[in-house]
Design a binder for this molecule. Structure first.
Ligand code: PRX
Length: 667
């Protein structure tokens, strides 16, 4: 469960709900009519949105085919090309000179890429990928830093009809290998490296390591030169981007793909050790991301400068950095580095430099900025900001209010606050949902700190009890989605059974089980309470407890491990691991072991999975049937009372663990 304060309705000047500003509301892109239209006829609403926001080569017939539930088909028979929709058509409409990407590298280098230039770059890349044998239906793994070539590669895949599978650049070689293997990738696109906290950080060696063992399907590795570091090349397999792409023709005849043609696979953590390859298709995904990018952010492509700080390795980067904003023809900032390099004002300096109008970010980053102090953003002119968005985890009301006051109401150094602070949209959704599902509508909704509030138009959400029965106002239960939606996942890559089991078995195929707990307040607004399964949320990133446990027990000195998510003031949750060493290692220095195991997980999965604490314990709390009682460990990790340990086979175990935690890991 996340750290959100207890939900309730508070009506106070300083704590909300905050009505929309009159000027904002009068000019807003979306209005309450969207809710009415979608409420009157959901499918007609989506059909109208699909036709109104996208260009189709062949119009669709049936809007939704759910006859093979839970396998959905949206916009049946329609044909379109996602890359054409995101790039070329804006050039054809006369917006070729508009900036598509405003890239800022961590060292301060920058590139402005117009839609006309992007069209050429994507065409060249598509021609190059085809010359490397990539064709429709093939899979391409993209293991890249946040640079324009990453976006270009994704769009070039989409243009060809090849599925991209972006692997977050912070993941280890093992994680890359398992994802490339599962997707049977033909091509990996990577870079020599990137810049991280002022230093070059390498990516290519991880690809070499991932491909060191035979048995993979990768034929070529295409390498973008980003930081010029020395990297080794494997003859015949590896190619430089600059040798292969720039000489290609800037013309590429696209084919229209079926609305249900797969667009990409993106791996995410589930409750078991193996990440799931979430599959998204073309027409429905592009419709919902385009519509929600426009309505949730009040996006005006002619004048706005939109910035989403997510890495493209996550779904937020896919939907709200690539497909949603570009389908709208928006101008957006893309930043390579970390927010504290070279100084803690970097984000705000960039907002001022580019005149950013929408800033979409994660609560964890807001809390970090709060910690650094309001004096830092107060030095910059943030007056351009019109809409603020958050995603990834529940935002605690304190952070929400800080975001509103210090960022959203700022008119610049030394000037009085804005009379209409920028509205904040807290967006709930998942890798699986593809696009926003619950979010306020700026200019319409009276925003409430800490609550994602209401389903977006055309989305049907419920909160139900164990039996699948709806709960009332003031009650909590499981968050479910009651009707299929356009950007819904179409399955788990090559694992239809897991798809059924994970999402459509708890309440049958009538209700999609999201894995989150939620609650209605007295106004009927939705508050997300956090995961109800073994998935943790660290800095808005999904991590599986089982995946980290598997990594720990793979270490030769570990006999058993139990991992829980503990509350953390900055990252929302933090990974806390309890391990039992094997008999030969019992004499090892526990502190050295703990440091070594934290490092082990970092190297095995990636820095985001590194446990905050590892505690070597003599025993783990187990029920008489041998099940580890993670609930008790979670209490200990949170510094709470242990709770009811009466079902343990040996209740004294918990006393010992709690004592160790208190003495060694007092936070
Ligand atoms: O627990 C919810 C949390 O993040 C999970 C989805 O994670 P992922 O697939 O990685 O996608 C993150 C970006 C969309 C959800 O099941 N989550 C996401 N957004 C919110 C949230 N929890 C509370 N409030 C949110 N706005």
């Amino acid at each position: 469960m996340s750290s959100t304060a207890a939900p309730g309705t508070v009506q106070h000047e300083q704590t909300g709900p905050f009505p929309p500003g009159a000027r904002f509301a009068a000019a807003a892109v979306a209005d309450a009519g969207r809710y009415e239209a979608a409420g009157a006829d959901r499918l007609a609403y989506w059909a109208e949105q699909a036709r109104g926001t996208l260009s189709w080569d062949t119009d669709f017939g049936e809007v939704l085919d759910w006859s093979d539930a839970p396998f959905a088909k949206w916009f049946v028979g329609g044909q379109l090309n996602a890359a054409y929709n995101c790039v070329d058509r804006h050039v054809e409409a006369g917006h070729g000179e508009r900036a598509a990407l405003l890239f800022e590298g961590e060292p301060g280098d920058s590139r402005r890429i117009t839609y006309a230039e992007l069209a050429e770059e994507v065409a060249r890349a598509a021609n190059a990928f085809e010359s490397l044998g990539v064709s429709k239906g093939d899979r391409v793994a993209i293991y890249m830093p946040m640079i324009p070539e990453t976006v270009i590669s994704m769009l070039a895949c989409a243009r060809i009809g090849a599925l991209h599978s972006v692997v977050f650049g912070g993941f280890s070689s093992d994680a890359l290998r398992s994802r490339a293997d599962d997707a049977e990738a033909k091509l990996i696109i990577t870079a020599d490296g990137s810049y991280r906290r002022g230093k070059p950080s390498l990516l290519k060696p991880n690809v070499d390591e991932a491909l060191a063992e035979p048995g993979h399907t990768v034929e070529h590795v295409l390498v973008v030169r980003r930081n010029g570091e020395d990297v080794s090349f494997t003859e015949g397999r590896d190619l430089w981007w600059h040798d292969v792409v720039p000489d290609r023709s800037a013309e590429h005849a696209y084919a229209a793909h079926d609305s249900e043609h797969p667009l990409f696979i993106l791996y995410t953590s589930g409750t078991t050790g193996k990440p799931k390859g979430i599959l998204h298709t073309t027409g429905g995904y592009l419709t919902q991301t385009a519509v929600t990018a426009r309505d949730s952010f009040d996006l005006r492509p002619e004048t706005d400068v939109y910035w989403c700080t997510a890495d493209v390795g996550w779904i937020t980067g896919h939907s709200y950095l690539v497909y949603g904003p570009l389908a709208n023809g928006a101008t957006q900032v893309i930043y390579e580095g970390t927010p504290d390099t070279p100084h803690k004002g970097r984000l705000w300096e960039m907002v001022a430099k580019y005149g950013v109008t929408q800033l979409y970010t994660a609560p964890t980053l807001i809390r970090t900025c709060m910690k650094w102090g309001r004096e830092i953003p107060e030095e910059y002119d943030l007056s351009s900001l019109r809409v603020l968005g958050t995603v990834g985890e529940a935002i605690n009301p304190e952070a929400w209010l800080w975001f509103r006051e210090v960022i959203g109401a700022s008119s610049g150094p030394g000037r009085p606050p804005k009379d209409e602070p920028a509205p904040i949209v807290d967006t709930w959704w998942q890798t699986e949902t593809g696009g926003h599902m619950i979010a306020p509508m700026p200019g319409v909704t009276h925003t409430k700190p800490g609550s994602a509030q209401k389903p977006v138009p055309g989305i049907d959400i419920g909160i139900v009890d164990e039996m699948g029965e709806p709960v009332g106002r003031g009650e909590s239960g499981f968050l479910v989605i009651k009707q299929p939606w356009p950007a819904m996942l179409r399955g788990i890559w090559r694992d239809p059974e897991r798809y059924r089991d994970t999402y459509w078995s708890r309440f049958g195929t009538d209700l999609y089980f999201a894995g989150d707990g939620a609650r209605y307040d007295e106004d009927g607004d939705i508050w997300i309470l956090g995961r109800v399964d073994d998935v943790m949320n660290v800095s808005g990133h999904r991590l599986s407890t089982t995946e980290i446990e598997s990594s720990l027990v793979a270490h030769e000195q570990v006999a058993e491990a139990a991992v829980v998510g503990a509350k953390d003031a900055t990252t929302g949750e933090a990974v806390v691991a309890f391990v039992i060493l094997n008999a030969e290692s019992e004499q090892a220095d526990p502190e050295a072991m703990e440091a070594q195991l934290r490092e082990h997980v970092r190297a095995d999965i990636g820095p985001i999975a590194k446990p905050r604490n590892v505690l070597v314990v003599p025993e783990l709390p187990k029920t008489r049937s041998g099940k580890i009682m993670r609930r008790l460990l979670k209490n200990v990790a949170n510094g709470d009372d242990v709770g009811d340990a009466s079902t343990l086979s040996d209740p004294s175990v918990m006393i010992q663990i709690a004592e160790d935690m208190r003495t060694k890991h007092a936070e």
